[in-house]
Design a protein around this ligand. Sequence first.
Ligand code: ATR
Length: 262
Amino acid sequence: MRKQFAVIGNPIEQSRSPELHHAFAQKTGVILEYSKRLAPLDGFTQSINEFFKAGGIGLNVTVPFKEQAFAQCDVLTERAKIAKAVNTLWMKDGVLHGDNTDGQGLVAAIQHLNWPLEQASVLILGAGGATRGVIYPLHKAGVNKIMIANRTVARAEQLIQDLQPAVPDLELNACGLDHIAGEFDIVINATSASLSGDAITLPQQLKFKYAYEMAYGKPSTFLDQAKQRGIPTAEGFGMLVGQAIESFAIWNGVRPELKDFI
Ligand code: ATR
C-alpha cells in the first residue's frame, strides 16, 4: 500500500495540498497518496485517531483545527510550542508529534524572492494565528525588529506579551492599524481582510521596500497600494508551497526545491 497522507479541515474542498504533495512525490520519487479529509467541527479528535489507526503516516491540519491539533500532541517542536498551533502531525511509536511549518514556509518564500531578512525591520498587519506562527521563524531568519499593527490593539499587545519571552532579542512593538507610520523593509499583510473582501488602507507617510500578502488568488487592496508605489510585491502561494515542502521533508526525509514549484 502507498504511504497515506491527508489534509484535514472544515471546509476542505478548496485545499491545494494534495496537488502539491503529489507534485513533490513525483519529483522526488516518493510513492504516496495524499487526500482531503473533512472533519465535523466537533469531530477532529475522532477523525485523526481513525486516520492513524488505519496506518496513515502524516496529516496536515488547516482551519479551524490548528489549535486543537496543538492541544492534542504528545511531542511538539519549539516553533509549534511558540505558535501554539500545529499544521503538521505524525505518529511515531504510538506518540503523536506536531510541528508548525507555516512560518518557515513564509521565510522560504521571502528568501526565494531575494528580499533581505538579515537585520530587517518588518511590519506585520494583523495579530491572529497567522501572525503568531511567523514571528519566531522570521526572527530566526535574521529579522531584528517587528511591529505588529492590528485593528484591535489589545490583541496585538497580548500577542507580544505571550511571545516576547521566546524571542528576547527581538524588538517587538504593537500599534493600531490606523496608527501605522515609520520606515520598514518589509510589510506583511497577515489580516484576513483580503479573504473577506475588506479593504486595508496604508497611510502615505508609511515607507517600505517590499510587500507580502499572505492570502493568494484574491483581490488585495494592500497589494494594489504597494504596486501603485512601484514596490516589489508577492502573494501567499509561495508560503503555501513553502509550508508544504517543510511538511513533506519531515515525513519523507527528502526536501523538494521551492523553485521547482512556484
Ligand atoms: P488568522 O488565523 O488567519 O490570523 P484570525 O485569528 O481570525 O485569523 O485573525 C484575523 C486577523 O485579521 C486579526 O488580526 C483581525 O483583526 P482583529 O483582531 O481586530 O479582529 C484582522 N482582520 C480581519 N478583518 C479585518 C479588516 N477588515 N480590517 C483589518 N483587520 C482585519
